[in-house]
Design a protein around this ligand. Structure first.
Ligand SMILES: [Zn+2]
Length: 455
């Protein structure tokens, strides 16, 4: 009886792949810890070859069975059942093949997950609520519900829109001066990088700029946008980040410092086309895989970006930015893929998040009671510098102020969909707060119409 060489070959192929998948899944876990990578791959290869031989025998046997059954009318039902089982077997093999394809791809792909959070504000009621005793502050509770999300990022980035002068008086609007304890709470919440060029950079004057930088660096943050002096800037700017096989350049600028002059020798990066073009040229010269520019721009409370932001975004893209992330309006503005004609005639497109809104604040104006986390996976094949965007989308955040029986407040940054999935997540959250959150979420979702990530 003839065996179809095509079927047999494909059967062997499919099965060996299935077995490869299981070998790849099991063996590296066992082997990686013990052997160098080359030996690990050799061991996996040998396992695969062995399993291919076994699967070939299995399929040969399986194919030989089918013609015998065809000769018996009495075994018709059994034959149909076997055909079905064979089809199921083939289907599961195809699924396995796809799984293996995914495994192979992921083995060859570097991934970097970035999460960008909006404005981290320090209004007076936030300072009061964080006070635990005289000159003692604890902001840890504020971030307990977002911590599991931020921790999933390879790099979580936020805009620190306040200063850390290191000593009282601690003040809210209009001169934001918060206790150092806020920095340690942000670190333990999972933030890795804070940008500090914004209109409040100079709220504690020159010493405040320096102390903020020193506190953040001591806490282990990457930080950029403001500098102790020009030497600090020339050494550390553009900020280069090396992670998961990626080399990223990150830049940060603000439109102004609320008219508070920058005291020498400190430096606050201002939006200035000539300076930004020079910095981007410097970034490009360092041959990063990806360039991100975080901009503090736009008009407060405007739900759409303005022409100046669009023009600046295009300028940055033309000069090398691969992604632009915005903050300052305190409300969420659109996310758009902007297209720019490059000097060589080609067209470049880059994602621009015009404004992330607030991450945490005490602002009361419409739409300022929340914001988004923007999460994006950068992907690149090993050995290939070309970066592409993987899954990306928004995670809506709402600021909730909980008041306990004694009237003491606690500020929380809440991941909205987690609260929607479990209305008991935040103990004691009243219905009025839940409906305010729903109102914010509804408005945001209607306006943005952007992919919301499942968390
Ligand atoms: Zn601002």
């Amino acid at each position: 009886m003839a065996i179809s060489p095509r079927l047999c070959a494909s059967a062997v192929k499919i099965n060996s792949l299935r077995l490869c998948a299981s070998a790849v899944k099991i063996n590296p876990l066992r082997l990686c810890g013990k052997y160098p990578p080359n030996l690990t791959f050799f061991a996996v290869k040998m396992t695969i070859l062995h399993k291919i031989q076994r699967s070939s025998m299995h399929h040969l046997f399986y194919k030989l069975q089918i013609p015998n059954r065809q000769s018996s009318v009495a075994n018709r039902t059994s034959q149909v059942a076997n055909r079905k089982s064979y089809i199921v077997h083939r289907k599961s093999s195809v699924v396995t093949l796809l799984l293996l394809f995914g495994l192979t791809l992921s083995a060859q792909t570097d991934t970097l997950r970035l999460i960008f959070a909006g404005d981290i504000m320090g209004h007076a009621p936030q300072i009061t609520s964080a006070m635990t005793a005289k000159d003692q502050y604890d902001y840890t509770p504020c971030f307990k519900y977002v911590k599991p999300i931020l921790e999933q990022a390879d790099i979580a980035i936020g805009n620190l829109e306040l200063t850390l002068p290191g000593k009282p008086p601690y003040t809210g609007y209009p001169m934001f001066r918060s206790p150092n304890a806020l920095a340690s709470a942000l670190k333990s919440a999972g933030f890795d990088l804070l940008v500090t060029a914004n209109n409040h950079s100079n709220d504690a004057r020159g010493p405040g700029v320096v102390n903020t930088i020193e506190v953040l660096r001591k806490e282990g943050f990457l930080q950029t946008g403001t500098f102790k002096d020009i030497r600090d800037r020339s050494t550390l700017y553009p900020l280069m980040i090396y992670k998961n096989g990626f080399k990223i350049a990150l830049l940060n600028y603000t439109y102004d410092t609320n008219g508070v002059p920058t005291e020498a020798p400190t430096v606050v990066n201002l939006i200035d086309n000539e300076q930004m073009a020079a910095d981007l040229a410097e970034a490009r010269a360092r041959k990063p895989h990806f360039i991100i520019v975080v901009m503090h721009w736009g008009l407060e409370y405007q739900l759409t970006e303005n022409a100046v932001q669009r023009e600046q975004a295009k300028f940055l893209i033309k000069n090398g930015a691969d992604m632009v992330i915005g903050s300052h309006p305190h409300v969420v503005q659109p996310i758009r893929m902007e297209r720019v004609a490059m000097p060589d005639g080609s067209e470049k497109e880059a994602l621009v998040v015009y404004s992330l809104g607030n991450f945490i604040s005490n602002q009361q104006q419409p739409n300022t009671d929340g914001g988004i986390l923007f999460q994006v996976d950068l992907l690149k094949n090993k050995g290939n510098p070309q970066v592409r965007l993987g899954e990306h989308g928004i995670i809506p955040i709402w600021r909730y102020i909980h008041k306990n029986a004694a009237g003491k407040s606690t500020f929380y940054a809440l991941p909205i969909s987690r609260v929607e999935q479990n209305d008991k997540l935040v103990p004691g959250m009243p219905l009025t707060a839940q409906s305010s959150m729903a109102k914010f979420a509804d408005g945001l979702r209607k306006r943005m119409k952007y992919k919301e990530l499942k968390i």
